[in-house]
Ligand binder design. Structure first.
Ligand SMILES: [Cu+2]
Length: 318
């Protein structure tokens, strides 16, 4: 049980105002629960070990009994529950409205089994990695085209469901720069456990640089001797991959899988399950079903020359 309390991501190590509010309520409930438990235990021990009176005076015992029922059984719980109720309502208010206005809106779409991440004000799309400026509230709009998912970044905020046919929204704020683990918190099918993402909170200048880079389309038609291989790779991509994947600035506009325009700049592959490097990328392309059985990308039957070319092309998508 205690192991569940340690390590990242832990709701007991909040890194933003919303998570801090939730953690405070959690501590309060723990403290009150412990106090009541100890009081009950004390009563129990007292009645076990107290010496029986030889001749009980029925009238007095009954009166004490009634008093205990009224005080410990009705009044004390009523007061405790009222306090908890009041603090929860206050907590809900804190969670509903950020301290300052949120300027940035990010749409996150939960899909089986990855996260589509859109920045509508800046006109681009990425996947499984959400960058936010540190110290500012950011509005997060959540939806799902397939089944119910739940968006959860334990160190920053509570869970919020992503429900087909409905849009939910809340805000996130990180008080310290860093990378925060997020995951799907509602069972959504066979690869639910392998549906993670990262929230990267960074200083304003770094964040603006990231935005600027993500807005760019993919580099134009590759030229030169090294890029010849990449050019072949682009043809392989158009043959085998573009029905499902988008690379902005090219003919590839598929929408079944993640946008790959800036794949090479991402940290992970397959919704947070593998570090993004050439070896893992090759393994993923050859047989994603081996790595994430049941996911919606089919294995490919590329020759090794085609795979090499494809990897050279994908490496250019920074
Ligand atoms: Cu899910």
């Amino acid at each position: 049980m205690l192991a569940g309390c340690a390590g990242s991501p832990s709701i007991l190590e909040p890194r933003g105002p919303a998570a801090a509010e939730i953690a405070n309520i959690w501590w309060l409930l723990l403290a009150l629960g412990t106090a009541v438990f100890l009081a009950v235990l004390a009563f129990l021990l007292f009645s076990l070990f107290r010496r029986r009176r030889t001749l009980p005076d029925e009238a007095t015992t009954n009166r004490t009994g009634t008093r205990i029922v009224v005080w410990a059984g009705l009044l004390a719980p009523a007061v405790i529950l009222l306090v908890v109720y009041g603090l929860t309502i206050r907590g809900l208010r804190v969670l509903a409205t950020p301290a300052s206005a949120d300027e940035l809106t990010i749409h996150v779409v939960g899909r089986q089994w990855w996260w589509e991440v859109r920045y509508p004000q800046h006109g681009f799309e990425t996947a499984n990695e959400i960058h936010i400026p540190v110290g500012q509230p950011v509005q997060i709009v959540l939806s799902s085209p397939d089944v119910i998912h739940s968006f959860w970044v334990p160190e920053l905020h509570g869970k919020l469901d992503m429900i087909p046919g409905q849009t939910n929204a809340y805000w996130l704020q990180a008080d310290a720069p860093g990378e925060y683990v997020g995951e799907c918190a509602e069972f959504c099918g066979i690869q639910h456990t392998k549906m993670a993402f990262a929230v990267v909170a960074e200083a304003q200048t770094e964040f603006t640089a990231w935005l600027e880079q993500q807005r760019q389309p993919a580099p134009g038609r590759p030229l030169g001797p090294v890029e010849n291989l990449a050019l072949e790779g682009q043809q392989v991509f158009q043959k085998s991959c573009m029905i499902c994947h988008t690379v902005k600035g090219t003919q590839a506009t598929g929408d079944l899988g993640p946008d790959l325009t800036h794949l090479a700049s991402r940290r992970t592959l397959g919704a947070g399950i593998l570090p993004n490097n050439t070896g893992n990328l090759a393994g993923w392309i050859v047989n994603p079903q081996h790595i994430k059985p049941g996911n919606l990308m089919p294995p490919s039957d590329l020759t090794s020359a085609e795979l090499q070319a494809l990897l050279a092309y994908l490496a250019l998508l920074e």
